[in-house]
Design a protein around this ligand. Structure first.
Ligand code: NIG
Ligand code: FE
Length: 424
């Protein structure tokens, strides 16, 4: 039982809403306490939310609550929001690319560094040579860091192997973390993250489709791996639209949701292709066309925007206002990777407000319900609704907006993070 908070913010307390689209993103439901009466959240022994509302009502609905409750967290003067969901990360790798940050500050573009054999290629080499143990330890450390900034569910991609053995090594590391770390994980196979050195993009496409996906599918059928999504970097100089379409279709046939990188650096109309295939989500979208927006909106694909990358690469921001106005469900992700080294969703929300011109409620919806929807998890995550998982963030301030307003100081802003009813 978390009791006597001054505000509990639940992003549309309606189980029927799978994702908030367009104007709906403006609204968050706030249960507001008063001097006399605070607000409470009650979580049952299965870790599910049993009640959200005024203290007087909890006493009425559950008269014996104070006898039965195992643990009470006093949140007086604080506020509560749903656990944050990070819809896009690349958290399995070793080595860093701080030297490339210097190159980019000196004027090199992301694709120049990549074409010269750095970028993803640099990380692939380090990751291929790393042991499973080494990758696992660094992943666990990162997941705990994400938890400390309020993330209770995170999408984790492979994609620094680009060969079947290393991709499976990465997916196995994610699988192990799923069982051992108190954070929900949505696992994404991203074997087509780049064209490996020595191969053409056509050869790499065939390798992914004919060799990697069948092997991963076999491990999925033996329940040795649980892969939720397939990703591809659909970009000029990486995988073109037709190659991306073939890769995504093969993943779909293997039972994976489509969730990929599109229209980031060049306007290839990847969004349109993804919408045609029924993509659950498409990420980046800095270069999305008007017809791409229209196609995604009609198809119900979630647009995952990534402010850290747009910021660090000084890209023109995606047309987020247009996307929201068209009625698209827009979600947020940290895109944590060696290029954009940020694990903090409150920081991402702050950047989304300032550089993508989202309002604070829109950023909260995008970082909870809509990011859960981008992972097909909005039925049990993303809002503080009765029956959903007891995942929440207690904020050290009487108004929830402090989570976005205060930036770069989450230790002071966040008081506790709760997942399935446990303080983590
Ligand atoms: O989302 N654009 C492709 N993938 C990542 C970057 C990965 C990397 O640079 O290591 C992204 O920005
Ligand atoms: Fe990415």
């Amino acid at each position: 039982l978390v009791h006597s908070a001054s505000q509990v913010v639940t992003v549309r307390n309606d189980a029927k809403i799978i994702a908030a689209r367009g104007q709906e993103m403006r609204h968050v439901d706030i249960v507001e306490g008063t001097e006399q009466c605070g607000v409470s959240v009650l979580i049952d022994s299965n870790g599910k939310i049993a009640f959200v509302g005024l203290d007087t009502d909890v006493a009425f609905e559950f008269p014996d609550v104070h006898k039965e409750v195992e643990r009470t967290i006093d949140a007086r003067g604080k506020s509560i929001v749903p656990g944050l969901v990070d819809a896009h990360t690349h958290p399995v790798w070793v080595g860093d690319r701080v030297h490339e940050f210097a190159m980019k500050l000196a004027g090199a573009t992301y694709m120049e560094v990549h074409a010269a054999g750095g970028g993803i290629h640099y990380t692939v080499e380090k990751t291929r040579n790393a042991s499973e143990e080494e990758l696992y330890c660094s992943l666990v450390e990162r997941l705990y860091s994400m938890l400390s900034t309020g993330t209770t569910c995170v999408e984790c991609k492979s994609g620094y192997g680009l060969d079947v053995d290393t991709e499976i090594k990465m997916l196995s590391v994610i699988e192990k973390a799923r069982k051992e770390v108190p954070i929900s994980i949505s696992c994404t196979y991203c074997g087509a993250h780049a064209v490996p050195k020595g191969k053409t993009s056509q050869e790499a496409t065939d390798d992914v489709i004919k060799h990697q996906i069948p092997k991963i599918r076999e491990l999925m059928s033996k329940e040795e791996l649980h892969v939720d999504n397939i990703d591809v970097f659909c970009e000029k100089g990486v995988f073109d639209v037709n190659q991306s379409r073939r890769i995504l279709q093969a993943g779909k046939d293997a039972g994976m949701n489509l969730n990929f990188h599109g229209d980031e650096l060049s306007p290839l109309d990847g969004a349109k292709m993804g919408a045609e295939l029924g993509a659950l989500a498409i990420s980046h979208l800095e270069e999305i066309s008007d017809s791409g927006i229209d196609a995604m909106t009609k198809a119900g694909s979630v647009g995952v925007v990534l402010p850290t990358t747009a910021y660090i690469l000084r890209l023109t921001p995606p047309p987020v206002r247009k996307m929201i106005e068209s009625g698209m469900a827009v979600a947020l992700g940290s895109d944590f990777n060696p290029n954009a080294y940020c694990m903090s969703m409150p920081m991402v929300m702050h950047l989304a407000c300032v550089i993508f011109r989202m309002s604070m409620p829109e950023a909260l919806v995008a970082a909870t319900l809509n990011s859960a929807a981008a992972l097909g998890r909005s039925g049990d995550l993303g809002t503080l609704s009765v029956g959903k998982c007891g995942d929440m963030v207690i904020i050290n301030a009487p108004r929830w907006e402090h989570l976005v307003y205060q930036f770069g100081c989450h230790n002071e802003t966040i008081s506790s993070v709760i997942r399935n009813g446990d303080v983590v």
